[in-house]
Design a protein around this ligand. Sequence first.
Ligand code: MRU
Length: 338
Amino acid sequence: MNEDKTIWWNDENKSIMIIDQTLLPNEYKTVEIKNVERLAEAIKRLEVRGAPALGVAGAFGVALAAVTCESDAEFPETIAEAAELLKSTRPTAVNLAWGVDKVVKSMENLPPEMAKFLALTSAKSIADNDTKMCMLLGHNGAKLMPQIGSVLTHCNAGALACSSWGTALGVIRSAVKGGRKISVYSCETRPLLQGSRLTAFELARDNIPVTTIVDSEAAFLMRQGKIDAVIVGADRITSDAVFNKIGTYMHAVCAKHHNIPFYVAAPTSTFDFDAKESDIVIEERSRDEVANLFGKKTVPDGVDVVNYAFDATPLDLVTAIVTEKGVLYPPYDFGSLK
Ligand code: MRU
């Protein structure tokens, strides 16, 4: 067990270790992943999830394909197939492809033995840097948090979504560490409940006051003056929009209406500098996630369900974007991050 990490490399067995997030908060179970096909399944099932953690998973996945490949002749093909399989699992979170590509690049034009070594070194450094990046980002964003007040968040942009510490929750953690008295409203985040299962789990574990609400309660709490700020993570930031868990856009519109700051916290690896909102594929997930709850049917047979995993929030609704390189304010110019 590695209580501090969400995903890590097992040197002894040449395998990847993850916490199975589908089981939380009922069971805290670590899972050992020994091949790329099993990793692809774990990513699709959201056993490991959250943009930065997916970046680390993609990186370790390519390293796993490299170090377990026994044939030098098949090495280039094995790496190319692993990269393609991993990237195809979830299309919206750009960090996944970023992590895969970085490790593939670290092996370019090298003989297999050296390539294996560099792939693993590069993947481990992506994992370590992810933690450093979250700590820096948290430090940069802490000043935006109220001295005393309540902050609303959606989905899970915490330690469980990264290598550790978190992005949006990293900002909250850093602010609390610095002496601010913050309580958190965690939207449950239908349909898979990352907010109530994961965000509430990790904040409660850290003794940060947290209250779970249903997603549709957020606007009314804002109207009652109970929310001082909203902070969320991101799966991809294009030149004109922030992609994050479905429901984020709704919170941004409501925050604007109630004059509440709406902050986004994300590392530079989440930026897709040259893309626009219209270029991005939004992952659609199965009908079953919405139509079956706890083994019971919640939608009549034959009725259609649309289940987008993410939405896009235009940048004009975003008060500031917190990165490990600093805080950006409108009008947004991402040039300084490249
Ligand atoms: O479908 P998920 O659980 O992977 O979605 C995660 C989110 O939308 C997070 O808010 C985002 O990845 C940022 S994580 C720091």
